[in-house]
Design a binder for this molecule. Structure first.
Ligand code: ATP
Ligand code: MG
Length: 553
């Protein structure tokens, strides 16, 4: 099987050698197995990209499987959102959408097979007792007094567990492995618990539910998965994964662990993300500050940028924290090539061009995207009153301030050179308006005979501009690793959202469709959230790097 050279990591090496030895008759079959207990986040994107990427690379198969074995936390809403997100990311599972709950009967039969082999037993110890009997890393565990139950008794009790004769937590089914194993996971782990819950698919059909460790390998085996790729926390569970499949003597996929993605200044755990939503620290799962796939989508990220991010970070065995900048750069790089440039003023300062005729209007040519000539130019209206950014003017400019100041000349992009003649202030001394004069000989922003100005400002014509709400986002957490605190919420960034209401936008943006992306010149990349509301995706450069360099954060 051919694969491209630029796609390689230790998992590809394992698969290559499996193929070389004709393991699994030369087939490659992966899966993405989310538990439908929350929305997917960027960490899941890494797993999707890896599993789907492998299937694609080796011309194998990829399954989407819901690991819906825990009725307490699972909901149809999550199933729907996960399907949408996986699809949006571009992973294609063909007709192989599966639910672990569809295998409940088969899992039950496999459990009976283990009991019949004397490899599983019904245990009446309470949850606390089981924990106490389990021992520690330095002390061996103690056998449950029920470990010696006869096969007949176990079969009878297990059937009665299923038939609803016992109450929640009264009995469990455990694997009979080794109470003194150095691996705690092998000390007679629980396979089934009693739970009278309403499952999102099987409703009240079952009152016993399989544990993750028991169920997961079976799900993989039933689907004919060849390489079961999971995150490193499961490395210690692999001997158990193998033990179950060996005892049952059924198709045995190989579990391979890789490092989970950790991203700076955010949290990647469905539990924590749910807490942020429920605690109203954000506006929902798709809040553009959330690291969820739907949050990133609403923020303006594209599937291509997310996939390219996943390729950039690669796959390793050891956990590390990837800087948020890496993710941001993935969308910057893409939008630099594809986004149309427009002029908008976020915090407007009125400028009257005193020597420009009162009723005159001009249409000036502006370049749509200097990175893509084919996108051509558009007309931008110009008139006597314009807006510039408040912070593009400074009454007493510090040394390296090259923008507008009293007596100073700057270029208005695509328009003219203007010079600041007069500063108008309100009663409190705030600058509210500037009076400038323009030089008609500089039309288009070109200087005649080498005259130079140091600053070029973006602007909008006051009478042509329209107002919109602009949402500026910053990191959700101020700390690089919020999870290192007992409560990650203490480093929530109180300034993660800034809403600007009086921004002025060039008229071409009036017809901008929801979801479309633009570069607002000098300000960053923005995405239309809905009519009249724009989300900032990222700034043009990594502004945090500068701050860190200056030692302020
Ligand atoms: P969470 O901790 O966010 O609840 P999880 O691992 O419990 O995540 P699952 O729904 O069980 O969530 O995950 C589905 C798949 O996604 C698993 O194979 C898991 O290994 C993978 N996955 C989850 N989080 C990450 C991550 N941060 N980086 C890479 N893969 C991940
Ligand atoms: Mg989980």
């Amino acid at each position: 099987m051919e694969k491209s050279k630029n796609n390689t990591n230790f998992i590809y090496e394992i698969i290559d050698s499996d193929l070389a030895s004709n393991k699994n008759a030369g087939s490659v079959h992966t899966r993405f197995p989310p538990e439908p207990n929350g929305y997917l986040h960027i960490g899941h994107a890494k797993a999707i990209c890896l599993n789907f990427g492998i299937a694609k690379e080796y011309k194998g198969l990829f399954n989407l499987r819901f690991d819906d074995t825990n009725p307490a936390k699972e909901e149809q809403e999550y199933v729907n959102s996960i399907i949408e997100d996986v699809k949006w990311l571009g992973a294609d599972w063909g007709d192989r959408l599966f639910f672990a709950s569809d295998y409940f009967q088969q899992m039950y039969e496999y459990a009976i097979r283990l009991i019949e082999k004397g490899k599983a037993y019904v245990c009446d110890l309470s949850a606390e007792e089981i924990k106490k009997y389990r021992g520690t890393l330095t002390e061996p565990g103690k056998a449950s007094p029920y470990r010696k139950r006869s096969i007949e008794e176990n079969l009878d009790l297990f059937k009665r567990m299923r038939d609803g004769e016992f109450s929640d937590g009264e009995r469990v089914l455990r694997a009979k492995i080794d109470m003194s194993s150095g691996n705690l996971n092998l000390r007679d782990p629980i396979m089934y618990r009693i739970a009278y819950a309403n499952h999102h698919r099987t409703k009240s059909q079952w009152c016993i539910y399989p544990t993750y460790d028991w169920a997961h390998g079976l799900e993989d085996s039933i689907e004919g998965i060849t390489h079961s790729i999971c995150t490193v926390e499961f490395e210690n569970h692999r001997p158990l994964y193998d033990w179950f499949l060996d005892q049952l003597d059924i198709h045995h996929p190989q579990q391979i662990e890789f490092a989970r993605l950790n991203l700076s200044h955010t949290v990647l755990s469905k539990r924590k993300l749910l807490e942020l939503v429920e605690g109203e620290h954000v506006e929902g799962w798709d809040d553009p500050r959330m690291p969820t796939i739907c949050g990133l989508r609403r923020r303006g990220y594209t599937p291509q940028a997310i996939n390219s991010f996943c390729k950039t970070i690669g796959v390793a065995k050891f956990n590390s924290i990837i800087d948020m900048v890496v993710l941001e750069n993935s969308i910057r790089q893409e939008l630099n090539k594809t986004a149309k440039r427009v002029m908008t003023v976020l915090r407007p300062l009125k400028v009257v061009i005193t020597n420009y005729p009162e009723d005159k209007e001009e249409e000036l040519d502006a370049i749509n995207n200097p990175e893509d000539e084919a996108t051509g130019t558009r007309k931008v209206p110009f008139s006597k009153v314009i807006y510039i950014e408040k912070n593009d003017f400074c009454e007493e400019p510090p040394k390296k301030f090259f923008r507008l100041a009293p007596g100073r000349e700057v270029r208005l992009r695509y328009a003219y050179f203007i010079k600041c003649d007069k500063v108008i202030k309100d009663v409190n001394g705030n600058v509210v308006e500037l009076h400038c004069s323009y030089d008609p000989a500089t039309r288009g922003g070109d200087a005649p005979c080498g005259r130079k100005v140091k600053g070029t400002l973006h602007w909008v014509s006051a009478k042509h501009a329209f107002e919109a709400e602009i949402r500026l986002y910053d990191h959700l957490f101020t700390k690089r690793n919020p999870s290192e605190d007992d409560d990650y919420r203490i480093s929530l960034n109180p300034n993660s959202l800034e809403v600007l209401t009086g921004a002025k936008l060039e008229p071409s943006l009036k017809t901008a469709q929801a979801g479309s992306r633009y570069q607002f010149e000098r300000l960053g990349y923005f995405c239309v959230d809905r009519e009249g509301v724009f989300n900032r995706i990222v700034t043009l450069r990594d502004s945090w790097a500068k701050i860190v360099k200056k030692g302020k954060k």
